[in-house]
Design a binder for this molecule. Structure first.
Ligand SMILES: *[C@@H]1O[C@H](CO)[C@@H](O)[C@H](O)[C@H]1NC(C)=O
Ligand SMILES: *[C@@H]1O[C@H](CO)[C@@H](O)[C@H](O)[C@H]1NC(C)=O
Ligand SMILES: *[C@@H]1O[C@H](CO)[C@@H](O)[C@H](O)[C@H]1NC(C)=O
Ligand SMILES: *[C@@H]1O[C@H](CO)[C@@H](O)[C@H](O)[C@H]1NC(C)=O
Ligand SMILES: *[C@@H]1O[C@H](CO)[C@@H](O)[C@H](O)[C@H]1NC(C)=O
Ligand SMILES: CC(=O)N[C@H]1CO[C@H](CO)[C@@H](O)[C@@H]1O
Length: 335
């Protein structure tokens, strides 16, 4: 079913069916032939609970032109791993287990998915939408680590932070522009650094490809599943509830971007904590006794929130609440 749709799409978008598969494949998986997850049909929408969506609401970010202090020299560290499964490939992904739990939009992750395309996928779904949803992208583009002898992808997990470095990698269809070197570092307290060492071209000039957009930033989504009544098909809807776009103009030699997460409802694990978060953050947090979760309706537990009917039974008020504190927001200065 999914294959059929994919071919229809291909047919509609271009007349060339010469490419076997324009999707990310786990290393070792057969690139040709029938795909294993063809019972899923995925689609994407943007979730809106508020009238105006401020992309910096969940996370504040800062761009540094002179950001070399965020570059980590990991090449000579004895704990650094050369990800050989990714270092001679394209459109390839690999799950990396973390030695610490990394909070992403308040959700604690045990692993991330490394890709050859200059980004990490931050969830576990096997979907062709990984370039559109739940990505952490210092520089997402169609890179190919086969093109260039010194191209490699390195990781260093030191127990409290993970650095992923794309070293000397080149664009799949345009090796003339030269090699790119950049990193992201994920800290156990949720802070994220993007650091750029060598960016040989104006990133704005790298064209999006049909199956591979060029993106810089973060996104997260929740997923709602719907089973077909008759056929063995699962419709999977990805709703993006937050997306932070960083201007491509800020991606230059030596620059960096730092993201500071804000406390969000989902981190509250008791009713009283949840009420406190409602008072101290700019989010409207509600406690759902049925699922014992704190939420504003926009996080990865949304499906459960709906199936347990939390919206109608959630605790929205407690008696004798304190007056709301003024909130300090350090607004990002986007370059
Ligand atoms: C981010 O950029 C993409 C295009 O690359 C656009 O579709 C999306 O609406 C932007 N999101 C925000 C929050 O600005
Ligand atoms: C690379 O691909 C893009 C989009 O498909 C195209 O616009 C561009 O001309 C290609 N560049 C080369 C060198 O083939
Ligand atoms: C999180 O860790 C980073 C790196 O160690 C540090 O710079 C930052 O100040 C920390 N943030 C908080 C809120 O503790
Ligand atoms: C970035 O650095 C590389 C060498 O590291 C250099 O060749 C290139 O011209 C620089 N680009 C810019 C825009 O300064
Ligand atoms: C949570 O905050 C909203 C908006 O600031 C407010 O209307 C609501 O009464 C608050 N709930 C509690 C329990 O304080
Ligand atoms: C988890 C969390 O804080 N989610 C918020 C992210 O931002 C969107 C709007 O941009 C809010 O609706 C969510 O509540």
């Amino acid at each position: 079913m999914k294959l059929q749709i994919a071919f229809l799409l291909l047919g509609a978008l271009s007349s060339c069916l010469c490419i076997e598969s324009e999707e990310y494949q786990a290393n070792g998986q057969e690139r040709k032939g029938v795909r294993s997850e063809n019972t899923f049909i995925d689609s994407l929408s943007h979730h809106r609970v508020r009238k105006s969506i401020d992309p910096t609401e969940n996370i504040t970010e800062k761009v540094f032109r002179d950001g070399q202090k965020y570059w980590k020299y990991i090449e000579r560290n004895s704990k650094t791993v050369v990800q050989s499964a990714l270092s001679d490939h394209y459109l390839t992904k690999k799950t990396l287990k973390l030695s610490f739990k990394f909070p992403y939009y308040g959700h604690y992750l045990d692993s991330v998915v490394l890709t050859t395309g200059g980004f990490l996928y931050m969830d576990v779904h096997n979907t062709r939408l990984i370039t559109d949803v739940q990505y952490l992208a210092p520089l997402m583009a169609y890179f190919n680590s086969k093109l260039g002898r010194d191209s490699k992808i390195l990781t260093l997990d030191d127990g409290t932070q993970l650095t992923v470095q794309w070293s000397n990698i080149r664009l799949h269809n345009n090796t003339d522009v030269g090699p790119f070197s950049f990193q992201c570092t994920l800290h156990s307290n949720g802070t994220i650094w993007f650091a750029y060492k060598q960016i040989p071209v104006d990133v704005d000039s790298i064209p999006d490809r049909t199956y591979h957009p060029v993106r810089v930033g973060l996104s997260d989504a929740f997923v709602i599943l719907q089973r077909d009544r008759l056929k063995p098909i699962i419709y999977r809807y990805f709703f993006i509830y937050s997306q932070v776009n960083i201007s491509k103009k800020s991606v230059v030699n030596g620059s960096a971007v730092v993201f500071h997460p804000k406390p969000s409802c989902v981190t509250g694990d008791s009713c009283s904590q949840c009420m406190k978060l409602n008072q101290t953050t700019e989010f409207v947090c509600q406690w759902c006794p049925a699922t014992t979760r704190c939420s504003d309706g926009a996080d990865r537990h949304r499906a459960e929130w709906e199936s347990s009917n939390c919206a109608s039974m959630a605790v929205k008020k407690t008696r004798g609440v304190l007056p709301k504190e003024p909130i300090k927001i350090s607004l990002a200065e986007a370059a």
